[in-house]
Ligand binder design. Structure first.
Ligand code: LFR
Length: 496
């Protein structure tokens, strides 16, 4: 056939998928060939990703892709969540299993970092809000890195780069994923050597930054033989899942805000230049790197993590529920009117989520959501209210009104959340595509192959290939009133 066949492997924090794409020059069609769970492991006092298992799943995905109609893919690209990394020694061996960003070892070091570089200054230098998950604090907490002991020839590869290295043997730091580290200068888009020197993090850990859509190399011969697949190019597409998802927002010309909805909700806009004002910092925005080499100005909101964790707790207690059942519960819940600040860092670690939510409501002087139904309702409404607050902030930063909200990613399956987002923001919500991350990954590969020229062309392809669904605002007056209550409840406080 005439189509270009490609493979995207997308690692999310709770599951991963291998998706093949066929691009015929006008539209893309996708097909999932492998899906797997991503279950991090607590080992001793620490929390890790199961890297070897994940690499195995990646290979399973490549193997499964060889039988698709039209022939095996000509290229593969990996994207993952942000901020995490592996260290590779001079012999190419993985030096320790990568930590999970929800590991608590960074908590003590943040204040040490701030005494070397004040938090405000860090934001001015990097455009990244300080959060305990960021690579900068993780690397600072690594004995080996800062003592220099055993660090000879050590390289730091962010998760997608690490997968690409073990697939191809080529080391590179790709721009979008590197931008989540808190160690990049958002103006020059290079590693910030001033920060590295001040924190005694050796510059030798880092490789040159490559831009999204760069051909890295070929699949290693031993892997090709093991998996019985033909030659395949390995591409640094957009290594950060959120950057890939934003690349596939089917947007037209009108100003819009995006929400990439999954474990996290990432809400923001795209800019040519970083927004480094005090207002941007005080509203907890980050300037990350976009797939077009531009800036993604966005805020991390806890997202469906809140629901995932409640579901996990309830299953442990003997009540396993599907996400649809959870939504049914929320719909059946009586008006509760209790809210949480879904950007608050207290919700970051795993465990005991229903109880933490009850305590949060109690401590902020609200009615305590006792039943499961009341808790689910509280989560979903609180997310929508946080989106509204973030929209207000975005409009102030951009100096213009956003006409629509585009929501992409797995979270759009929660239709209640989509509708509430429209109601609370008073803007039409355009939902889809659900597989935004894999689609963005595939289209950035198409860009590397020279089949499309830029983000605008990619978005046109996505719009034609995956028609989105629109939710119109309802009950505007009621929600405006509730939003005012919400704003008064949570006058700015420390967040993620
Ligand atoms: C979403 C995401 C966010 C990042 C968070 C942690 O999957 O990549 O953008 O802040 O995970 O890495």
């Amino acid at each position: 056939s005439q189509s270009l066949h490609m493979l995207a492997v997308d690692f999310g924090a709770s599951s991963g998928r291998a998706v093949t794409g066929a691009f015929n020059g006008r539209t893309l069609s996708v097909s999932e060939v492998h899906r797997f769970n991503n279950e991090p492991v607590r080992l001793g006092n620490h929390f890790h990703w199961d890297f070897l298992r994940l690499f195995h799943e990646l290979k399973q995905g490549i193997h499964a892709s060889r039988r698709i109609a039209g022939g095996a893919p000509v290229s593969v690209a990996v994207d993952t969540w942000g901020v995490d990394y592996g260290l590779v020694d001079a012999k190419g061996r993985l030096a320790g299993n990568p930590y999970h960003y929800r590991d608590l070892r960074t908590e003590q070091v943040m204040s040490e970092v701030f005494s070397a570089i004040p938090e405000k200054e860090l934001f001015q230098l990097t455009g990244i809000r300080s959060s305990s998950i960021n690579t900068i604090y993780q690397l600072y907490a690594e004995e080996k890195v800062r003592s220099g002991y055993g660090a000879d020839g050590l390289k730091m590869l962010m998760m997608p780069d690490l997968f690409h290295y073990y697939l191809s043997g080529v080391m590179a730091n790709e721009y979008t994923i590197a931008s989540t580290s808190g160690l990049l200068d958002p103006r020059s888009r290079t590693w910030h050597s001033g920060i590295l020197n001040t924190l005694s993090i050796p510059e030798s850990l880092f490789s040159e930054i490559v831009m999204p859509g760069t051909m890295l190399g070929q699949l290693r011969q031993d892997i090709r033989e093991e998996l019985q697949v033909p030659d395949m190019a390995v591409i640094a597409a957009a290594g950060h899942d959120t950057a890939a998802a934003v690349a596939s927002v089917p947007a037209g010309a009108a100003p819009y805000a995006f929400i990439s909805s999954g474990t996290w909700s990432l809400m923001g806009i795209e800019l040519d230049q970083p927004a480094l004002s005090d207002y941007s910092r005080d509203s907890f925005f980050s300037n990350e790197g976009g797939a077009g080499g531009n800036i993604r100005l966005l805020k991390n909101i806890m997202g469906l993590w809140l629901l995932q964790e409640c579901r996990r707790t309830w299953a442990l207690e003997g009540t396993p529920l599907t996400y649809d059942e959870l939504t049914e519960l929320a719909l059946s819940a009586p008006e509760n009117g209790s809210y949480i600040d879904a950007a608050d860092a207290v919700f970051l670690p795993p465990g005991g989520m229903p109880q933490r939510i009850r305590e949060y409501c109690r401590d902020s002087g609200q009615k305590v959501p006792e039943s499961r139904a009341a808790i689910v309702r509280c989560i979903v409404e609180s997310l929508a209210l946080q989106y509204r607050q973030t929209l207000d902030e975005i409009e102030k930063l951009a100096g213009e009104r956003m006409e629509h909200i585009h929501i992409v990613g797995g979270g759009i399956q929660n239709r209640l959340l989509c509708q509430l987002t429209a109601n609370v923001t008073g803007r039409p919500v355009i939902a889809g595509p659900v597989e935004a991350t894999a689609i963005g990954n595939l289209m950035m590969q198409a860009l590397a192959h020279g089949e499309v020229k830029n983000l605008a062309e990619i978005r046109q392809v996505v719009l034609e290939s995956f028609p989105p669904e629109t939710y119109l605002p309802e009950d505007a007056a009621m929600w405006e009133e509730r939003y005012q209550q919400y704003v008064n409840l949570f006058k700015r406080q420390e967040t993620v």
